[in-house]
Design a protein around this ligand. Structure first.
Ligand SMILES: NC(=O)c1ccc[n+]([C@@H]2O[C@H](COP(=O)([O-])OP(=O)(O)OC[C@H]3O[C@@H](n4cnc5c(N)ncnc54)[C@H](OP(=O)(O)O)[C@@H]3O)[C@@H](O)[C@H]2O)c1
Length: 343
């Protein structure tokens, strides 16, 4: 078993890391980090656990570390706020750690890849240019994570000319305590700070190429992001124009048959089918579909021809699993299985 640490372990994403790593076949949690105020406290006693079930037995008695403590494991999963992550993650990579980060702080750095293992595993090559003893690998912002897998399937099969995405994002995407209840109950908030720019930059980077430098994909993209009163699961409506318009049947087949390296290697966190296509026009729905493939599958439904674009479809993904901790763990599993981690 390979020992790992989790930074930001008491937050929304950190708790998902704990849940996913507590009984993992490759990794074992050695240390959990939170803010200075909790240093020395037992994880099980101080954490405000948001997930179903109890705090896993194996981590309950771990005493929390703070960032002033040294990190003892080579592999580090980071669920820190971006404002904190920037400097901390750089120092860790410089001192030889492999940092798998959920924060946006380094996503747009020259040689830091944003990886979705089914989509762009070849971008891992960028870490060789980081000039640090270790490296930083990021995964995308949660709304990008949900759409890049179907977009990649479409790009591969038909070419991607342009798309518009309209999001309905869950509350857990805003961390804890997140949006005040009186701000969101009976309401929709039609703007999420920086989210639209993140989608534009990240989809282009992920669906682009790396050849000594990142060459972003050159499709046009527009995004509108909304916060809705759903606990977990981002719903996103895509309007897509392809380069070679397929029939609806061809489109559904391309989505259903898409798979990547995690499925070939049968990685523990990989869903059997990365994209689940529903023919029922009333799906996907967050409460029915967010846990598909243990929160790692993307559900696509209500696929229709569009009068303005080629077609429109609705995509649902679990924002704190596929869109955060699960995506990071899958990145680490892939690198480990491919022999790219010296642990
Ligand atoms: N939520 C999502 O769906 C999602 C998806 C993708 C990416 N992300 C990204 O993942 C990261 C974590 O998000 P989150 O939603 O889990 O946030 P969160 O619920 O606010 O949790 C933040 C975590 O960081 C710790 N922390 C805060 N300030 C710290 C400091 N100065 N030093 C050390 N630890 C500190 C907190 O510890 P205490 O509890 O002790 O304060 C907590 O464990 C963010 O960068 C976010 O943008 C989130």
């Amino acid at each position: 078993m390979i020992e790992v640490s989790v930074l930001g372990a008491t937050g929304m994403v950190g708790q998902r890391f704990v849940e996913l790593l507590a009984n993992h076949p490759f990794f074992k949690i050695k240390a959990l980090f939170a803010s200075e105020k909790r240093k020395g406290e037992k994880y099980g006693e101080t954490v405000q656990w948001f997930l179903s079930g109890d705090v896993p037995e194996s981590v309950r008695n771990i005493r929390l570390s703070a960032l002033s403590d040294s990190v003892q494991t080579k592999i580090v999963f980071s669920a820190l706020p971006s404002s904190v992550a920037g400097e901390v993650e750089t120092k860790l990579a410089e001192s030889g750690h492999y940092v798998f980060s959920n924060a946006s702080a380094h996503r747009y750095d020259r040689f830091v890849p944003i990886i979705v293992p089914e989509v762009n595993p070849e971008h891992f090559a960028a870490v060789d240019f980081q000039r640090t003893k270790g490296f930083i690998v990021t995964n995308p912002n949660c709304s990008t994570a949900g759409i890049v897998i179907p977009l990649k399937a479409i790009q591969n099969a038909f070419g991607l000319d342009s798309f518009i995405v309209f999001t309905m994002q869950a509350l857990s995407g805003a961390g804890f305590p997140g949006v005040p209840s009186l701000g969101i109950y009976d309401n929709v908030i039609p703007y999420i700070e920086n989210e639209e720019d993140k989608i534009k930059k990240e989809t282009r980077k992920i669906l682009g190429e790396f050849d000594g430098e990142f060459v972003p994909a050159n499709f046009n993209v527009e995004a509108r992001c909304n916060r809705v009163a759903v606990r977990d699961g981002h719903t996103e409506v895509l309007f897509i124009k392809t380069k070679n318009k397929p029939s609806l049947k061809e489109l559904k087949t391309a989505l259903r048959e898409f798979y990547g390296a995690p499925q070939k290697l049968n990685l523990p966190t990989a869903p059997e089918q990365p994209i689940i296509v529903k023919d029922d026009k009333f799906r996907p729905q967050p409460i029915l579909d967010r846990n598909s493939g243990k929160g790692m599958a993307i559900t696509v439904g209500n696929i229709r021809e569009s009068d303005i674009f080629d077609f429109t479809l609705t995509v649902l993904s679990h924002n704190t699993i596929r869109g955060a901790a699960g995506g990071s763990v899958l990145n680490a599993e892939l690198l480990l299985k491919e022999g790219k981690l010296n642990v």
